[in-house]
Ligand binder design. Structure first.
Ligand SMILES: Nc1ncnc2c1ncn2[C@@H]1O[C@H](COP(=O)(O)OP(=O)(O)OP(=O)(O)O)[C@@H](O)[C@H]1O
Length: 278
């Protein structure tokens, strides 16, 4: 997948999390978590239920403010806020699909590009002549993305009519339409079948080279994470217990123990692993 305009990108933003802690009342959701997403890398965050993955994702999106620690984007202090992400070159997809229900698939993807098309949007408001051209360009770029994701046939459909797997692809296309340099994916494989997960994995691995973005991936599906990630961070009870290549993480006894512990906890009638340990 080429960047929509045909321009080339460097390999994406670098993200550093240093000593991130998050407390919700008396519960420590994250404790001194440090993580690097280097330019051009796909970095996975895994861990048993309640380990803190979504909380970490939300810290990077600005939905949760850390109680300690700092974030850095390309060497600059980052204080993320959801409404400022696009301007920082960051895009995210959420659990589920999350498309605008009243817009067609094509319009959804065009909406994802509006931050890079602001000049066209403004000129449209002011009735200046560039707007038609910009609108056409946006439309063409959105169609190119839909074609790349094999969902162009649904361009005129409304989100409510889409098969779930198609909706997930459209959501990914919309996130990429803004030409992010860092893409945050929250459980992109959730609800997908094995074939769709395999195809999603093939798409994700192309993103650094073809779309010019680094990727942080929070995911439960171990096969996908192992297949697409350059590095993996493993959380357990809010703490980072391992980081490394997929092979290193797979071979780490602490990781196996965390997952085995989670299986044992699943057999007990508690609501969360942290409550279970309190
Ligand atoms: N807003 C909140 N208020 C209070 N506690 C929270 C909040 N969000 C998360 N938690 C708690 O923080 C801990 C980490 O939750 P988090 O959702 O980040 O884990 P997770 O690894 O994403 O889990 P899962 O895989 O089940 O989605 C859990 O004990 C959870 O109950």
């Amino acid at each position: 997948m080429r960047p929509p305009s045909g321009q080339t990108h460097a390999a994406g933003h670098s993200l550093f999390l240093r000593g991130i802690g998050v407390r919700f009342g008396g519960l420590t959701a994250l404790d001194d978590v440090s993580l690097e997403v280097a330019p051009g890398q796909v970095v996975g965050v895994i861990g048993p239920n309640g380990a803190g993955k979504t909380t970490l994702f939300n810290v990077v999106c600005g939905l949760v403010r850390p109680t300690s620690g700092t974030l850095e984007l390309n060497g600059e202090r980052l204080t993320p806020a959801p409404h400022r992400l696009a301007g920082l070159g960051i895009a995210r997809t959420l659990q589920g699909v999350g498309l605008f229900r009243g817009l067609t698939v094509l319009e959804n993807v065009m909406a994802g590009a509006t931050c890079t098309a602001r000049a066209g949007f403004l000129s449209g408001l002011l009735g200046l002549p560039r707007s038609d051209r910009d609108e056409r360009r946006l439309r063409e770029e959105a169609m190119t993305l839909l074609e790349r994701f094999d969902v162009a046939a649904y361009a005129k459909a409304l989100p409510g009519t889409l098969p779930y797997a198609v909706g997930k692809r459209v959501a990914l296309a919309r996130a990429l339409a803004g030409r992010p340099r860092l893409l945050l994916l929250d459980e992109p494989a959730g609800g997908l079948g094995a074939q769709d997960i395999e195809e999603l994995g093939a798409l994700i691995t192309t993103l650094p080279a073809e779309a010019g973005c680094s990727v942080m991936l929070v995911e439960h599906h171990m096969d996908l994470v192992m297949a697409v990630c350059d590095r993996i961070a493993v959380l357990d009870f809010g703490r980072l217990i391992a980081t490394g290549t997929p092979q290193e993480v797979r071979d780490d006894p602490a990781v196996a123990e965390a997952y085995l512990g989670a299986e044992a906890d699943a057999a007990t009638p508690t609501t969360s692993r942290q409550e279970a340990s309190a």
